[in-house]
Write a protein of this length. Structure first.
Ligand code: AMP
Length: 177
């Protein structure tokens, strides 16, 4: 059932060569978003490994992570928390710099986004070098959350992002290249 869903999703991902820089093959998920059946399957697939885990908050990483994290939060009956690019969140924040497969950026979380000890699942569309997700994980821990999992639709395994993320919380990826 979930395996069928994963295959349908994988078949609809569009490879865009040399975006945003020469040498990067961008995994474009917009064809999945535009199809109502596939769109809903994304939430099912990302939430599935965590159905039996207590999750209080689902964190989505700016910007594609937001789309999926809201779906997962609804399915797991959890709250949604955005981690945003610097300067977008209005209240008091914690910030971190992180390196990307193709650049560098800063991200922020509201200091009160997670209550002390709350169980947090982090969601993003794609795991590449792991810089983004590991910065998100550190931010969640800095504001008092316990990361109980990290779930991606896509993993580029050859970039070994899992190494950076560490092994103290399960890391799940539905489609691995
Ligand atoms: P990283 O920090 O290297 O793991 O990069 C992950 C972030 O960059 C995710 O938020 C992705 O959306 C984006 N990203 C990195 N590489 C790609 C790629 N080849 N295709 C699509 N998105 C990517």
């Amino acid at each position: 059932m979930i395996q069928d869903a994963i295959e349908k999703l994988a078949g609809a991902i569009r490879d865009v060569p040399d975006f945003p820089k020469p040498g990067i093959i961008f995994k474009d998920i917009t064809p999945l978003l535009g199809n109502p059946e596939l769109f809903s399957l994304i939430g099912d697939v990302l939430a599935d490994p965590f159905r039996d885990t207590q999750v209080d908050k689902v964190v989505g990483i700016d910007a594609r992570g937001f789309i999926f994290a809201t779906q997962v939060a609804e399915r797991l009956n959890a709250g949604f928390v955005p981690i945003r690019k610097k300067g977008k969140l209005p209240f008091k924040t914690k910030a971190r710099s992180y390196a990307l497969e193709y650049g560098q950026d800063d991200m922020e979380i509201h200091v009160d986004a997670v209550e002390p000890g709350q169980k947090v699942l982090i969601i993003d569309d794609l795991l590449a070098t792991g810089g983004t997700a590991s910065a998100a994980k550190k931010l969640v821990e800095e504001v008092g959350g316990e990361v109980v999992g990290v779930s991606f639709l896509i993993e580029l395994a050859f970039l070994e992002g899992r190494k950076l993320l560490g092994e103290n919380a399960p890391i799940k990826a539905a489609i691995v290249y």
